[in-house]
Design a protein around this ligand. Structure first.
Ligand SMILES: Nc1ncnc2c1ncn2[C@@H]1O[C@H](COP(=O)(O)OP(=O)(O)OP(=O)(O)O)[C@@H](O)[C@H]1O
Ligand SMILES: [Mg+2]
Length: 333
């Protein structure tokens, strides 16, 4: 499916905005702060269910008491989201709901300038990134992750209480072991799936002999619920003193390895850009394979960060997709 148009009311700095999208490439051009990324954000909410950068309260135009965004697909289907300062509602052809159902979601490949720093920084940055991507691969992943995080929050709440009864933790430990093992299984499979084509895709951008792969280090190498439970129990004293759970899937790390070393310390800026481009191409192919749908590509201001060769690569790779680009300067696509 293709996006035909998008309209915003009281969304960030926009009072009222309408954009007709082309089936191939649409360029949103404008100076800094004019509201370009906000348009991509609205598209993302209406295709994926929530913003990639903020809460509805942050998004609601200052001084307004509601926002309304509407997306029309080329088959005439409309998705409308309204937020009244308290609750967001999605109106789709079949129903009204506070969540966008899987059926009404559409795959997106989002490319933000901050993605170009993905190889470096704290592990949480990559964990959050891959959690989002894996949720796009499979809705089940999002649901397991959600349940895991809820159980983790409850357990951490209990750990902070002064007169903690140790046995009160057990139901949460069971849930963490259950959902945690499932998460780790998914992560192992998906990282391995990405690795199957990441290196070869990288070489289609950078013609050399460098090797790139993702490494996944989990706290529980052998996925086993009993070991998970035992480890939670063993860490009890430490967790109680610190007031949070120190063991589990929330501590997993995913790192880019460039020529056998962490890319953060070994890949140059240009090489890092090629790695991230390759990752986006691999993501798109996996989504096509898994969902049988061609993702829509949202490129937020990334052209200015790329040289001619990498721009060409990006254009060539996504030439059969609908692409929506924001930029401060005119770009040739
Ligand atoms: N809730 C809000 N109400 C009103 N204005 C807001 C709100 N949230 C953000 N803004 C403003 O909206 C404007 C648009 O932000 P956006 O990130 O979409 O701009 P942009 O065109 O992508 O800018 P840049 O080129 O710098 O990336 C900014 O000036 C921002 O300060
Ligand atoms: Mg922007």
């Amino acid at each position: 499916m293709l996006i035909k148009s998008i309209s915003l009311i009281n969304f960030r700095n926009h009072n009222s905005y309408h954009l007709e999208c082309k089936p191939d490439t649409t360029l949103i051009l404008g100076e800094n702060g004019c509201g370009k990324t906000s348009v991509l954000e609205a598209i993302y909410i209406l295709t994926r269910g929530k913003s990639f950068r903020a809460t509805d309260q942050d998004i609601l135009k200052r001084g307004s008491d509601f926002y309304r965004i509407e997306l029309e697909y080329d088959n005439g289907e409309k998705i409308i989201a309204t937020y009244d300062g308290d609750k967001k509602t999605f109106k789709t052809p079949d129903k009204k709901s506070t969540r966008l159902s899987t059926k009404n979601k559409y795959p997106i490949i989002l490319f933000l300038p901050s993605d170009l720093n993905l190889t470096s920084g704290p592990p949480s940055r990559r964990r959050d990134y891959f959690d989002r991507i894996f949720s796009d691969f499979n809705n089940d992943y999002a649901s397991v992750l959600n349940k895991y995080n809820k159980a983790l929050r409850q357990r951490n709440e209990l750990l902070k209480s002064d007169n903690l009864d140790r046995s009160a933790l057990f139901p949460w430990d069971l849930l963490l072991a259950d959902y945690g093992s499932e998460l780790i299984k998914y992560r192992t499979d998906y990282i391995s799936e990405i690795n199957q084509t990441l290196n070869q895709t990288y070489h289609s951008i950078a013609e050399n002999n460098d090797r790139i792969n993702l490494s996944y280090i989990t706290t529980i190498p052998k996925i086993n619920k009993d070991i998970f439970l035992k480890k939670l129990d063993q860490n009890y004293e430490k967790d109680h003193i610190l007031g949070y759970t120190t063991f589990g899937a929330q501590r997993d790390t995913m790192d880019f390895i460039f020529n056998q070393k962490p890319a953060a310390n070994s890949a140059s800026r240009g090489e890092t850009r090629s790695i991230i481009l390759a990752l986006k191409f691999v993501e798109a192919n996996i989504i096509i394979d898994k969902l049988g749908k061609k993702p829509i590509i949202l490129l937020d201001d990334v052209f200015s960060e790329l040289d001619d060769t990498r721009r060409r690569c990006l254009v060539d790779n996504f030439k059969n997709h609908q692409v929506i680009i924001t930029s401060v300067e005119d770009v040739e696509y």
